[in-house]
Design a binder for this molecule. Structure first.
Ligand SMILES: [Zn+2]
Length: 144
């Protein structure tokens, strides 16, 4: 079994729906308590049933999966991650790691979805992870 990544929006209150396919793979049911730990190196949240022993620093919080399969990241956690979204279109990538029996939440970088200059949703090239469309790339090239 390989890793699976699904992208989901996070609500203003920090609620994220964990897709049933991922929950099912780990047999995580509603009302289940899971532990959220913070990985400062990658700025991600690792969800697991057991406490992480690695170098990640525990939040000291446990989260409960609700009826619908959602968890809510408290504001202090989102503060720590910098996930108090300016752009509501920002999404979280949810990655299942079957052999570690964890689900990792990370901010999905959407630089490749629209041009940084004109905001057109077409990307031709990316420079240092910044997406630029053909028109703007040509304009920049002419200006140089
Ligand atoms: Zn452009």
């Amino acid at each position: 079994m390989s890793e699976t990544t699904i992208k989901r929006k996070m609500s203003d209150t920090g609620s994220i729906l964990l897709p049933s396919r991922l929950r099912g793979a780990l047999s995580w049911a509603a009302h289940q308590t899971i532990i959220a730990t913070y990985n400062p190196k990658s700025n991600t949240v690792v969800l697991s049933k057991e406490k992480e022993e690695s170098d990640s620093i525990p939040f000291g919080i446990s989260l409960i999966i609700d009826e619908l399969g959602c968890i809510s990241l408290p504001k202090k956690v989102r503060n720590k991650l910098g996930w108090l979204f300016v752009d509501p279109k920002d999404t979280i990538s949810i990655t299942l790691c079957p052999w570690e029996r964890t689900i990792t939440l990370a901010l999905f970088e959407k630089y490749d979805e629209k041009c940084i200059f004109c905001k057109k949703p077409e990307i031709v090239t990316s420079i240092n992870d910044i997406g630029v469309c053909r028109e703007c790339a040509e304009r920049i090239a002419r200006a140089c």
